[in-house]
Design a protein around this ligand. Structure first.
Ligand SMILES: Cc1cc2nc3c(=O)[nH]c(=O)nc-3n(C[C@H](O)[C@H](O)[C@H](O)COP(=O)(O)OP(=O)(O)OC[C@H]3O[C@@H](n4cnc5c(N)ncnc54)[C@H](O)[C@@H]3O)c2cc1C
Length: 260
């Protein structure tokens, strides 16, 4: 992602999506690069070293904190960009992005850079399996809405409390299963509870770092799914800020690729 693609967004509306999640719709100028991006593209919210939102697009020498969020939806006609924030902790020290989202009101401004593109679910499988926690709900929702109408498979979501209205439009052959986010084994355990469809699945999962590692070893060792069919990533790590998590993630990828 080029650092120069910066925009200032203004909060247009704030709504609760479900317990612990907020949907914020932003307006901005020159947001055209967010049109026609693949589903699940992301942007980076910019904060200063004190965890306060940056309000301008000028490059400065100060060290910025960046926090990654999925573009849930972009309305090109009205230049409205939607982000769904999972809320955790109640202070800026607990996480500047979550804190900012929890206190944001209409008219607030924040600088962002993007868009960036993530890897989406492979189109090569016979059926699909998308998994994640609430941080991945926006990326999963955007991808599911882009699936072919005759797609078959599952979305497995780890949630604290069942969500009655997920606001996803799914093809009829996709079943959404919500499981209790008890610990980092919850998503991997759910792999054993679904009825595996015939043929090869395409798997896409994003969640907490330790959960991702358990899913990965389960898919490798128990289900023996070819790597080409799988995209697994972690979106955050318990006890680590995004900057620290990025370092852990890089190391984990190196270790994993030398093992295989
Ligand atoms: C490509 C990508 C897309 C993402 N899209 C979204 C999205 O659309 N919505 C969304 O909510 N998140 C999303 N995330 C996850 C989000 O970037 C992280 O949760 C990020 O760490 C939040 O920043 P923060 O400033 O709130 O906390 P940080 O300063 O990064 O972390 C502070 C503390 O909070 C903890 N923490 C961070 N996230 C969580 C969490 N979710 N639950 C509990 N504790 C947490 C950390 O372990 C750390 O101890 C995405 C991540 C990636 C890589």
């Amino acid at each position: 992602m080029k650092k120069t693609n910066r925009y200032v967004l203004t909060v247009h509306s704030v709504n609760s999506l479900c317990a612990g999640m907020k949907r914020i719709v932003f307006t901005g100028k020159d947001l055209q690069p967010f049109a026609n991006t693949p589903p699940g593209s992301y942007l980076k919210l910019l904060f200063n070293q004190f965890g306060e939102p940056v309000h301008c697009t000028l490059d400065s020498k100060q060290k910025l904190l960046v926090r990654t969020y999925t573009v849930r939806h972009f309305d090109q006609q009205h230049q409205l960009l939607t982000i769904d924030f999972m809320l955790h902790g109640g202070t800026v020290e607990d996480g500047p992005a979550s804190y900012w989202a929890s206190t944001a009101t209409i008219g607030d401004k924040i600088a962002v850079q993007g868009p960036g593109f993530s890897k989406n679910i492979s189109q090569q499988g016979d059926w699909v399996l998308l998994m994640g926690d609430l941080t991945a709900l926006p990326a999963i929702s955007a991808q599911v809405e882009a699936l072919a109408a005759d797609s078959q498979g599952y979305v497995i979501l780890a949630v604290e409390d069942e969500i009655t209205d997920l606001r996803i439009t799914t093809p009829p052959g996709i079943q959404i299963i919500q499981i209790k986010a008890e610990d980092h084994h919850a998503l991997a355990s759910a792999l054993h509870d679904i009825e595996w469809l015939s043929g090869l699945p395409s798997v896409w999962a994003a969640c907490e770092f330790s959960s991702m590692r358990v899913i990965r070893s389960e898919l490798d060792e128990q289900f023996e799914i070819p790597r080409s069919q799988v995209y697994l990533t972690s979106y955050w790590r318990k006890g680590r800020s995004e900057d620290q998590h990025k370092i852990d993630k890089r190391q984990d990828m190196e270790d994993y690729s030398t093992l295989r």
